[in-house]
Design a protein around this ligand. Sequence first.
Ligand code: CP
Length: 271
Amino acid sequence: MAEGSFSPLKTGQTAALIFFEASTRTRMSFETACARLGVYPMILDGKSSSSLEKGETYDDTVLNIAAMKPGVLIIRSGDNFALEKMAEDLPMPILNAGWGRWGHPSQALLDIFTIWQRRGRVEGEKILIIGDIRHSRVAASHFELAKIMNYEVALCGPEEYLPEKSEQRKFSSLEEGLRWATVAMALRVQNERHAGAAAVADYSSLYGLNQTTAKWISDKTLIMHPGPINHGVEMDVKIIRDPRAVILEQVTNGVYIRQALVHRALREENL
Ligand code: CP
């Protein structure tokens, strides 16, 4: 087996991609990962054209798909879906493809892989997570992964977007935070989770990455965003093309990480 390749999997295996919430990167990169591994992806993508439209519950949907015996379930769901309980009850592995605000582990892994690829190390890196952290499953997974892989996470954002309780250092000034960081990670402002709340005044000038604020970022600091991006809110379009930005590398690496996850779930010794 060549270095960096995956051992062949048993032929004829299937992976059920169950996406109750919208996704472009995660869904398509899991699908690409399956294709590269020779695993057939069975896709349920949102309510449209599924029996969710007729009122079938999320639990029943997953139980019925599991009864078709896919080798692995890959699930994106909202806060209220009992993903952990489902993983305990079902015989096949479940991969979390983004679970409400609770976690998005494959995203945190691909972020860390991207940092490792650029730097050759992860330990000691200082990631400043900027913006809508209270609602962020990406941030939640970094809080966990940072303890395992020994990197530091700090937070910067308006008070109403920060977690009510957190162990992480907080920067009230974006300039101070960016000067501290070795990685600046902007998050999407999740407007859909702020229903009824007033928009944060001056968000983009106080917390956005743009040509003014990017001057506070050193040449060696990486600029990341998990996507999708609200242009002109948390990040200006010019920043995406900044030489320090690795946003599309994150997407490319997402396929490798998801190949590794699907392979791990389906490899011979687990069957
Ligand atoms: N980063 C991420 O999860 O993007 P999608 O919602 O498009 O999958």
